[in-house]
Design a protein around this ligand. Sequence first.
Ligand SMILES: C[S@@+](CC[C@H](N)C(=O)[O-])C[C@H]1O[C@@H](n2cnc3c(N)ncnc32)[C@H](O)[C@@H]1O
Length: 266
Amino acid sequence: MNKLFSFLRSVVRGEINYKMLKYHFMHRVIGQHDTIVDDDFDWDHYTLHYKGELEVGAKKRTTVLSSDDYKFENRKLVQKGSRLPLHNNAQLLYETILLLSPESVLEIGCGGGDNLRNLNTLNSSFELFGVDISNSQLELFKQRHPELPCSTAIADAALPGFCHKQVDLIYTQAVIMHIGEKDGRHIRAFENAIKTSRQYLVLIENWEKHDFFGDVNDIFAKGVEGWDDYFLYYRESEISTVTKVMIISKVALDFPPLTDNGQLIS
Ligand SMILES: C[S@@+](CC[C@H](N)C(=O)[O-])C[C@H]1O[C@@H](n2cnc3c(N)ncnc32)[C@H](O)[C@@H]1O
């Protein structure tokens, strides 16, 4: 009943639009949701919902940056232009990546590619890669950012055979939170991301969806090839303290140490 109430409230507030409603009706109400893979969405048809999310998001936030919207100055990503601000997640994620200053970056679950495009706008020297489980999401990426220098590939990060060339930094934004726990799928996606990273993994997720802190420690307790040691950190948005990013690093960093799952959950 509570779920239905909060769903109806979101519709009234305009947080759920026609495309998202259509997706839910077609693929959750009358369609058959995959019960073998208990992810939150049917990724083969998700693009309809995602386009709705992009439309709703663009009313309140700048989703695709121009070069004069934000500048990275004195270790902060500062808004310069007068357009709508970035989403708090994006602001904290990009600032964290700029601070870590990797050469190569992979987004797992890159969707329509706005994050990769914005990273290129903020620092054109990043070598960029994106993978996604959905062909139609990557088609949308090509439509939205046809000129972006970024290699993309279809891949399910939760499969045992996930394989991608190693990069300095991997990040996810709103991906592992949507992967189901059945048969350890979410853990495998997490583990695959760590294995593929040369130096850093940066996650920005709904921290209440899985026990991310426990999971990462369990993964390292079993040993991860190429990682002799690991350090866990978090950063909090200065604009909204509920927005937190988790950083897993091979080397010690000057960020607040993450020692408890409670630090991620406000
Ligand atoms: C909520 S969207 C977020 C997209 C993008 N990260 C963003 O911030 O706009 C989740 C994305 O993750 C992708 N995805 C879901 N499960 C995945 C998996 N197992 N491997 C790779 N991509 C996945 C979906 O197709 C979708 O594009």
